[in-house]
Design a protein around this ligand. Structure first.
Ligand code: PHE
Length: 342
């Protein structure tokens, strides 16, 4: 019995085989156990001889089982170490993490600069009623500005009586929504997507603006000028700028001004703040009393200024990008070329 089991244990291929042997030998109905049960039928003398022998055999088998189990475990570990090794000296796999799109980045920069001047960020819908996009901003139905804006109109099925909607052509409707939602005083910027049916090197049917609106008692164009100067200096990272306020016309501001910054194009590269050229960057003015009334604000008590900047345009200027359309092609080679992707 001893030889039989010790040989079998030594030859066991795995833990399952070992367990089978344990049951056969020293399990409840194992061969050794059964023999031990026979001790009861023996005489005292016989038992004194056979008892210790059987106990020794049981112990020997148990320790052989334990030793073999340990050996099998070690062998399994050796096997794993052999197959699962890792060469930590190999170069790693290069990952290209995603990056913020330049337009989002510029939008965040603009928001941060105006946040320092106490402006919070407001938002409005991109599908806008034509009342918010036009009428409330003092652009009545017959006004030529409607035609000039190359508006996308939302299709309405015949018999659909809901008011007409458009893809907003500018962020100015957010002026009205902010006035209605919060009342005066107001100090917000409203960045977002706007839409016009136009397409060439500097126009895409979807582009981005940031609206600015400040309403308070005693607001004047001097406040507008200061805010814009601070903005341009911070955004283009220059110590000094010269802004030129050119008289203009917007239905929603009176007086209105388009704002140019002094610049030069020496050797094809743009320099902000010096030179003999002027670059138009935004439209602005004092909020028209009709517009304040659309927003339920009393023009006898409150005044305000507003401005609208093309985000894509100032991004092109800041990063020297000649073609606006490339911003929206999602071409990684282009993004990498300008340092916008990994
Ligand atoms: N909404 C105007 C545009 O899209 C810009 C503007 C905003 C002008 C606010 C004056 C005041 O061209």
């Amino acid at each position: 019995l001893r030889d039989k089991y010790l040989t079998a244990i030594a030859a066991a291929a795995d833990e399952a085989a070992l367990e089978d042997l344990r049951v056969q030998a020293v399990g409840k109905k194992g061969e050794v156990s059964l023999q031990m049960r026979e001790l009861g039928k023996m005489t005292a003398e016989e038992r004194q001889v056979a008892g210790p022998k059987l106990n020794a055999l049981k112990d020997e088998i148990n320790s052989a089982l334990a030793a073999k189990k340990q050996a099998l475990g070690d062998a399994a570990l050796d096997e794993r170490l052999k197959t699962e090794w890792l060469d930590v000296t190999l170069p790693g796999h290069r990952r290209r993490p995603g990056t913020i799109h330049p337009i989002s980045q510029v939008t965040e920069e603009v928001a941060a600069i105006f946040a320092d001047m106490g402006f919070s960020v407001a938002e409005g819908p991109q599908v806008e009623s034509d009342w918010y996009n036009f009428d409330a901003l003092n652009i009545p139905g017959h006004h030529p500005a409607r035609a000039e804006m190359d508006t996308f109109y939302m299709h309405r099925a015949e018999g659909d009586e809901r008011p007409p909607h458009v893809l907003r052509t500018h962020t100015s409707p957010v002026q009205i929504r902010s006035m209605q939602d919060h009342g005066a005083p107001i100090r917000i910027i409203a960045p977002g997507r706007v839409y016009r049916a136009d397409y060439d090197q500097t126009h895409t049917p979807m582009f981005h603006q940031v609206e600015g609106l400040a309403i308070d008692k005693d607001i004047s164009m001097a406040n507008l000028k200061w805010c814009l100067e601070e903005f341009v200096k911070a955004f283009f990272e220059v110590d000094d700028v010269e802004l030129r306020f050119r008289a203009s016309h917007f239905p929603f501001t009176e007086p209105s001004a388009e704002v140019d910054i002094r610049c030069s194009w020496e050797g094809g590269t743009l320099k902000i703040g010096e030179g003999d050229d002027w670059l138009e960057i935004l439209g602005s003015g004092m909020v028209h009393p009709h517009v304040l009334r659309s927003g339920n604000i009393d023009p006898d008590q409150w005044q305000g200024f507003a401005f609208g900047v093309g985000i894509d345009r100032i991004a092109m200027l800041k990063y020297g990008i000649p073609d606006l359309r490339a911003f929206f092609d999602s071409d990684l080679r282009w993004l990498r070329h300008y340092g916008f992707a990994n």
